[in-house]
Design a binder for this molecule. Sequence first.
Ligand SMILES: Nc1ncnc2c1ncn2[C@@H]1O[C@H](COP(=O)(O)OP(=O)(O)OP(=O)(O)O)[C@@H](O)[C@H]1O
Length: 289
Amino acid sequence: MSIKIADLTVTFKNQVTAVNHINLEISNGIYGLLGENGAGKTTLMRVLTTVLKPTGGTVSLDGILYSEGNYEKIQQKIGYLPQEIDLYPNLSVQECLEYMGELSGIPQQECKKRIKYYLEKTSLTEHRKKKMRQLSGGMKRRVGLVQALLNEPDFLIVDEPTTGLDPEERIRIRNLLVDFSENRTILFSTHVVEDLAATCSKLAVMKKGNILYSGDMKEMLSTADGCVWNCFAKSDIQAREIEKNYRVSTKQYVNGGYMIRVISEEKPEVQCTQGEVTLEDAYIYLMNK
Ligand SMILES: Nc1ncnc2c1ncn2[C@@H]1O[C@H](COP(=O)(O)OP(=O)(O)OP(=O)(O)O)[C@@H](O)[C@H]1O
């Protein structure tokens, strides 16, 4: 499954251009979409799900052009987990999924089979009789994921699936996405760098409607080669001075002071050694270039 996005633009009535002439090619496996709040990720995803019509440019999915006449065919190939998911609170998990399946036109027996399979996969079988409103945030997100998979989509779009979840549940969702990425394409949007470092090898970075980078994670790391510095600060005062003068990626308390990672093309004028680039460092470097 390959998705080609060419010169895509979305400008809203209020004149905000949320997606600005972007080009992107997304192929099998998990593809990360990284960007701060308001970068345009949700808008792009809404275009890809056919919910929103772009102002300009084209999208095609395995050669099928996004156009009015093709929307139904495209929708059959897509699963979508939106950022805000609040499925029928008074239905049980099972009822809710059966209803969603019915809405998607999946034959009843086949739908029940798939629900059983995916509830098992997402460790929700024992909770299937619970009302949706009784579930934790993480469980709701997992039901949302099952809902998105019911039509066995070739292209799964997940919008900030880990936001607001505890660390254990975040790891669980990430691992599920890795499992479900076999034989399909997953677009995984997030503003959490760590989500992508753990799951994908290709990604795009968005800022204010533009693509700052797209391609291999490894290549993205190399863009910040030589620009990461481990600086040691003995005291709070020294640490604050470094934070004031340089762009800091992380700060960690270590024995006898702080280890501060600074992103800078020039060597900082403090005691420091060059560090290996992490995705977080490369992201900060790109965002501030
Ligand atoms: N329907 C709309 N009408 C007008 N402006 C919109 C609309 N939807 C989004 N925007 C604006 O478009 C920009 C991009 O928003 P979008 O939701 O796509 O970003 P995002 O990267 O998904 O961020 P977040 O993680 O906060 O959802 C923002 O400035 C937002 O205010």
